[in-house]
Design a protein around this ligand. Structure first.
Ligand code: NAD
Length: 492
């Protein structure tokens, strides 16, 4: 069902700014349909947005935490009221199934509410009296935050930054990805409307805008989610003025299936299949390689294929039976195809999974039928690269030492999952290098916004979510009032 294209604007100092150059966003299900236009902002407009955020921060006009919570709660209510409309727009521009788009908004709201409920605890100064006198510790806002987000979860990966940054008293310029800029712009607009001008600004565009946001001296912190290679550029750009940073980056998450996993547990297999292919595999925190103990490998593969054929239904994201829509963009389709081709050429077996409900869409849209790759080598690109698409290799392992080594030799360490008897799985989990490890589940089903989320090694720096995520938008300031004003170690 084609609708009229919409146009979203940049927001600078509370004003919607119309720009000449635009980014056109197509519908991945029907690429000939334009869903809408976002501005293609210039470097100059980006500087204006940073200046607006800088001045709003300096004015301190909104420094009361209770007021900030009230404003955010009003924005949350508006987001709740607009969920259906925004989810449809997200589904259309992104390609994710409608239930998945609604789920993304639900997670965003859950986190924004958690942030409202916990921010006072995080920013309340601590007073300590001790043998040396008194110490006051305050948790102050940092300043202007540049938030840069990817296309796969544009709303939740933006609100994960907007809510803590604004609630702790910072100001922000947000730049979403050109591959899904529309729904997130709508969400940003409704939040920005609840705050004084300049507190939350929005620009769109590609690397030029990103480079200004990460190098401008008025920016104090960068909150980035995206690829590890982009993060390397960002770190360099930010080094000149030593900016604070939270980086949520790529992963090559593994699922480890132990010998005591029950291959006849249909619900567990459903969880695994869904968590491998949700959002057509375009989630940072889903299993991109599955290692199964050799003693149950054959039975596991058989049951996995059965479960996948039942639960994976590919087609129009608006159809209620569809669990997986198209891939977001053509580049991603080509990249995933090239990894599958490479595996095939090296002798791996590629098995199509799931039912295609709308075959008439497959050739024209950015669809990829989900696949299982068997017989790949442990170090083939399909195993060691982040595929970020609907394909997964399953490989056998012989013992725990081997699988832990295979897991930990990756340059990444975002999330992982261990499947089997709980105590055994926990023992294995404790030896895994990752920011989060889930037991007998994976992906968003195993996510809990109350606890910190982030990666080790080249999967990131710092944590989002939880109180730690809120605190990462504050600077700790220690004020010491010593009892004795003598200088004990210095000769008179
Ligand atoms: P990307 O790195 O290509 O782009 C992310 C954002 O950075 C976009 O807004 C892009 O326009 C911007 N950008 C590009 N070049 C820039 C530069 N030089 N300076 C500043 N900004 C620049 O990533 P993507 O393709 O949009 O997203 C997919 C990647 O994101 C995957 O690697 C995935 O694992 C990762 N990701 C990580 C998490 C997490 O929480 N760790 C969550 C989701 C996605």
């Amino acid at each position: 069902m084609a609708t009229e294209p919409i146009t979203v604007h940049a927001i600078i100092n509370g004003e919607k700014i119309k720009t000449e150059k635009t980014i056109q966003r197509e519908n991945p299900t029907h690429p000939e349909e334009i869903v809408g236009y976002a501005p293609n902002n210039t470097k100059e407009e980006t500087i204006q947005a940073i200046d607006a955020a800088f001045n709003a921060f300096k004015s301190g006009a909104w420094s009361d935490v209770n007021e900030r919570i009230d404003r955010m709660k009003r924005a949350i209510q508006k987001l709740k009221d607009a969920t259906d409309e925004i989810a449809e727009l997200l589904s259309r521009e992104h390609g994710k199934a409608l239930y998945d788009a609604k789920g993304e908004i639900a997670i965003s709201i859950m986190w924004m509410e958690f942030a409202c409920d916990h921010v006072k605890k995080v920013v309340t100064p601590e007073m300590k009296e001790h043998e040396n006198g008194k110490t006051i510790i305050t948790f102050d806002p940092i300043g202007v935050v540049s938030a840069i987000t990817p296309w796969n979860y544009p709303i939740s990966l933006s609100t994960i930054k907007i809510a803590p940054a604004l609630l702790t008293g910072n100001t922000m310029v947000l730049k979403p990805s050109p591959f899904a800029p529309l729904a997130v712009s709508r969400v940003t607009e409704l939040i920005a409307d609840e705050f004084p001008p300049g507190v939350l600004n929005l620009v769109n565009g590609g690397a030029e805008v990103g480079i200004e946001l990460t190098s401008n001296p008025k920016v104090a912190k960068i909150a980035f989610t995206g690829g590890t290679n982009t993060a390397k550029h960002i770190m360099k750009a930010a080094s000149e003025t030593i900016k604070k940073m939270t980086l949520e980056l790529g992963g090559n998450d593994a699922a480890i299936v132990l010998e005591d996993f029950d291959v006849n547990d249909e619900r567990a297999l459903r969880r695994m299949v869904i968590s491998n292919f949700l959002t057509a595999g375009q989630i940072c925190m889903i299993a991109k390689r599955v290692y199964v103990h050799r003693s149950i490998y054959d039975a596991f593969v058989e049951k996995y294929i059965e479960a996948a054929n039942k639960w994976i239904r590919v087609g129009d994201p608006f159809h209620p039976d569809v669990t997986i829509g198209p891939v977001n963009n053509k580049n991603q389709v080509e990249y995933v195809k090239s990894l599958i081709e490479d595996a095939k050429n090296k002798g791996a077996k590629v098995i199509p999974l799931g039912k295609v409900l709308h075959p008439e869409l497959m050739d024209n849209g950015y669809f990829l039928q989900p696949t299982l790759v068997l017989g790949a080598d442990y170090h083939d690109p399909i195993v060691v690269e982040e595929q970020f698409g609907p394909t997964v290799p399953i490989l056998p392992f012989d013992d725990e030492e081997q699988v832990i080594e295979l897991h930990n030799e990756s340059i990444y360490g975002l999330t992982s999952s261990v499947w089997g008897e709980e105590e055994h799985a926990i023992r294995v989990a404790r030896r895994i290098e990752a920011g989060t490890t889930m037991i007998n589940t994976a992906a968003v089903q195993g996510l809990d916004v109350r606890f910190p989320f982030g990666g080790v090694k080249q999967s990131g720096v710092g944590r989002e979510y939880g109180e730690e995520g809120l605190k990462s938008y504050t600077e700790t300031h220690v004020i010491n009032i010593p009892k004795s004003l003598e200088l004990p170690y210095i000769p008179e």
